[in-house]
Design a protein around this ligand. Structure first.
Ligand SMILES: [Zn+2]
Length: 298
């Protein structure tokens, strides 16, 4: 059974999402709950983090601030667990968190290694969820995945169409474009106006994917978790594509000026983003291509 850290009282307990036998706290945030388990950290590391929670439990602040202070501590001393942008926290709270950190937690040990343990689901329960209850939820989830991918593909298609229209397609498309452009000059400014809504669509796709990833839990099969991870990769690539295409168009429209070397780099990156996006989409849609040993290429 998974050993996890109770984020309220700091003891080690069995199961990531189970109620704590000591303080009865039941985790609501599964991502946070699963991050602090022996899937990723050794028991001794979990124990060290538990110490911080126990110290914080005696600090006279409300529960929310206490939790934030723990997160702040983890980000400072254990950055391998969590990325945390202190600049996103409002400055008053940031001052409070920093002062709690300096007064109570600064002397606690930090991470000793950069590596997280690789999660057990990498090699365990690959095709089937942990229990039949999980299996039902998981099956429903799998059915909806192609709709979400389709939304992204529509945006990707529109980006690629625009890319061809500005003369950056593949060889044959470029040739056709040159012929057309000799007759009717491409209106790059008009194209530049069409890229912004596509960048917005790619951001919307990111929000949709993140919402879709939220119910994925530890009891599900490794395959679904991997699909969810690849789905996450698709929004990163799609956003990248839309932004890179935007730079290229703005350059051609004379709005943003790139030096020739940069133009080449943007084109190469765009090509790479698109290729990666397509292979991730394939993996999400055809999970039989995913194997246990598949690791992300970059
Ligand atoms: Zn507890």
């Amino acid at each position: 059974m998974t050993t996890s850290l109770c984020l309220k009282c700091g003891i080690l307990k069995g199961g990531a999402l189970n109620e704590c036998p000591s303080c009865e706290h039941a985790p609501l945030d599964w991502q946070a709950a699963t991050a602090f388990t022996d899937h990723y950290l050794t028991e001794s590391e979990l124990g060290q983090l538990g110490r911080a929670i126990q110290i914080l439990s005696k600090v006279d602040v409300d529960d929310e601030t206490r939790y934030q202070a723990f997160v702040y501590f983890v980000a400072r001393k254990w950055p391998k667990i969590l990325e945390y942008g202190i600049e996103e926290v409002d400055s008053e709270l940031a001052t409070i968190l920093d002062s709690i950190y300096r007064t109570h937690l600064v002397s606690l040990p930090s991470q000793q290694s950069l590596q997280l343990r690789s999660p057990e689901w990498e090699d365990e329960s690959w095709l089937h969820a942990g229990t039949s209850e999980f299996q039902i939820e998981e099956d429903a989830w799998k059915e909806g995945i192609s709709n979400i991918v389709q939304y992204g593909l529509n945006t990707a298609h529109a980006v690629v169409t625009l890319k061809i229209e500005i003369g950056e397609g593949a060889v044959l498309q470029k040739l056709a474009w040159r012929t057309r452009n000799a007759i009717n000059h491409t209106d790059f400014s008009a194209a530049a106006q069409r890229i912004d809504p596509l960048i917005a669509d790619s951001a919307e796709y990111k929000r949709l994917v993140k919402r879709y990833q939220a119910p994925v839990v530890n009891g599900w099969s490794g395959q679904s978790k991997k699909r969810s991870a690849y789905l996450g990769g698709t929004y990163v690539r799609l956003e990248e594509m839309a932004k890179l295409c935007g730079r290229l168009i703005r350059h051609k429209a004379g709005i943003e000026s790139l030096i020739p070397l940069e133009v080449e780099r943007v084109k190469q990156e765009l090509k790479f983003s698109y290729a990666t996006y397509i292979s991730l989409v394939e993996l999400v849609l055809c999970p039989e291509k995913i194997t246990c040993s598949t690791t992300e290429g970059d």
